[in-house]
Design a protein around this ligand. Sequence first.
Ligand code: C5P
Length: 232
Amino acid sequence: MGKDVIIALDFKNGAETMNFLEKFKDERPFVKIGMELFYAEGAPMVRKIKERGHKIFLDLKLHDIPNTVQKAMAVLSGLDADMTNLHAAGTKEMMEAAVKGLTRADGTRPILIAVTQLTSTSEERMKNELLINAPMEEVVMKYAKNACEAGLDGVVCSPIEAGKVHETCGKGFLTVTPGIRFADGDTGDQVRVTTPAKAKEIGSDYIVVGRPITEADDPVAAYRRCVNDFVD
Ligand code: C5P
C-alpha cells in the first residue's frame, strides 16, 4: 500500500464538490468524503466521484452495536469505497464485525482504519467526562493495538503519534494523518500541525489535507506541492 495524499472534500453539497474536482484535469486524487457531504448527497455522490476515477476514503466513523456496524459496513463496501473507518471505542467485537461486513464475496475489502481518541478530546475531558484515567498516549496506543488485533489495517492519528503507532503495532499498520499545513500557510483551527515533508519523515502512510488545498488560489498546484513533498 503506497503513500498517498488524500484531499478532504469538506464541501456542503455536490455542486461545490464537482466544481472543485473539475479543476483536476490530469490527475485523479484520492479524496475523503465526510459526514457533511455524505449526509447531504448520499450514495450517488460516492458513485459519481468513483466514476470520475478517484479513490475514496469514506470518513463516516461508525460506532454502534456489532450487528448494526457489520450490516452498515457491507453497504459501504458495496459502494466500492477504497477506505473507511470506525471508532475503536466500539470494542474489538465491533471492529471484528466491521471487518466481516466489509469483506466482499471475492475476499477483497476496503482498507479499514480506526479513530482512537478524537483530537478534539482533551485528556481532562476524557478523565472527567468519560472516566478514563490513563494518560492520552496510553489510551491512543491501547486503542490502536485493539484495532490491530481485531484485524484492522491502521488508525487515524496525528502525525506526531505516527512513529509511536508503528513502534507499537508494526510498520505495516497504517497511519492516516490529518493536521497538515505548509510551513508558510495558515494553521486555521488545527493546533498541532505538521508539514507534508515532516509527516513523510515521521512515517505517515497517508496524509489528509483539506483547506491548504481546497482554499488555495491554485488547488491543483497546492495538491502537487503536497505530493511532491510527501510522496516523491
Ligand atoms: O482543512 P483541514 O486540512 O484541517 O482538514 C482536515 C480534515 O481531516 C477534516 O476533514 C477533518 O475533519 C479531518 N480530521 C482532522 N483531525 C482528526 C480527524 C479528522 O482534522 N483528528
